[in-house]
Design a protein around this ligand. Structure first.
Ligand SMILES: *Cc1c(COP(=O)(O)O)cnc(C)c1O
Length: 245
C-alpha cells in the first residue's frame, strides 16, 4: 500500500491543519516543529518526505533509528546515502532501555524526548560525556498517572529535576507526554494543559534551565495540542499512513 501514499500531499495537509490550529490559538507557526514519525516505514518514504521539505523525523526504537538514519556502514542508511548537510534531524521519541543508551547516543539525535527516570538520565549523561557532546533531552511525564505508561510522575519530575539539571552533558529543553488514547481528541486537552502547567511550575523553580519545549500531540490530537501550547508535534499516521507493525 505504501507506494500509493502521497507523502508530499499528506505533509501539506498536516501543515495546513497546524497553521489553522496556531491561528486559532493566536500563535506563530514558526514556534512549532513538525516531527514526522517514520517508525516501521522504510527509508524510501523518509526520502520522499525529505524531498517534500520535511527535516525533523522521529523514531521510537533505537536499533531501527540507527539502521535507518545513522549507521555509517550500511548502504541503506541515510548517513551513508546523504551528505551531512542534507541529512534529516533525528529525534528519539521512545523509552530508552539501559542497554540501548550507548547506541542512542551514537545515533547523534537532535533531541531525546523520553528521558523517563533518573537512572537513564545519569547514564545518558555519562555516555554523552564520553562522546564529548552535549545531548539535548526532554523529560517524559505521565500526567494521567497510568500504571502502564512510561514517564516521571508529576511529583517525581519536580523532585528529580534539580538533580538532572546539574548533569553536565545533558541539556533539558522541556517536557514530553503521551496522554491515554481516546478517539475523541478533546479528551486529551486536560493532559496537555496539565503538562503546560507543570512546565510553568518547573520553569519558575528552575529558571536557570530552558523549559520552552512541549512535545505533545500525535496524528489524531495535534491540533488540540497546538491550541494548548505544543512546540513539537509528533505525527506518524497522518503523514505515512497506517503501520502494519
Ligand atoms: C508512534 C508515535 C507517535 C505517532 O503516532 P501517530 O498516531 O501515528 O501519529 C507519536 N509519539 C510517539 C511517542 C510514538 O511512539
Amino acid at each position: 500500500m505504501t507506494d500509493t501514499i502521497d507523502i508530499a500531499a499528506n505533509l501539506a495537509q498536516v501543515r495546513e491543519r497546524m497553521a489553522a490550529a496556531a491561528r486559532r490559538a493566536g500563535r506563530s507557526l514558526d514556534e512549532i516543529t513538525l516531527l514526522a514519525v517514520s517508525k516501521t516505514h522504510p527509508v524510501g518514504l523518509i526520502e520522499q518526505a525529505l524531498t517534500a521539505g520535511q527535516r525533523d523525523f522521529g523514531e521510537n526504537r533505537v536499533e531501527e533509528a540507527w539502521a535507518k538514519f545513522a549507521d555509517p556502514d550500511s548502504p541503506e542508511s541515510l548517513a551513508s546515502r546523504l551528505k551531512t548537510a542534507d541529512r534529516p534531524r533525528l529525534h528519539l521519541i521512545g523509552p530508552i532501555q539501559s542497554r540501548k543508551a550507548s547506541l542512542a547516543i551514537a545515533c547523534r539525535p537532535t533531541l531525546i524526548h523520553a528521558v523517563d527516570r533518573l537512572k537513564i538520565a545519569a547514564r545518558l549523561d555519562r555516555l554523552a560525556g564520553e562522546a564529548q557532546l552535549v545531548q539535548e533531552v526532554l523529560l517524559e511525564v505521565n500526567v494521567a498517572g497510568e500504571a502502564s505508561k512510561f514517564g516521571f510522575s508529576p511529583e517525581a519530575v519536580q523532585r528529580d529535576a534539580g538533580v538532572i539539571l546539574v548533569l553536565p552533558w545533558l541539556r533539558v529543553r522541556g517536557l514530553m507526554t503521551i496522554p491515554p488514547y481516546e478517539p475523541d481528541p478533546e479528551a486529551a486537552r486536560p493532559y496537555f494543559v496539565a503538562l503546560r502547567r507543570l512546565r510553568d511550575q518547573l520553569a519558575q523553580h528552575h529558571p536557570q534551565a530552558d523549559w520552552r519545549a512541549l512535545s505533545m500531540g500525535m496524528s489524531h490530537d495535534f491540533e488540540v495540542a497546538i491550541e494548548e501550547g505544543a512546540t513539537i508535534v509528533r505525527v506518524g499516521t497522518a503523514i505515512f499512513g497506517t503501520r502494519d507493525a
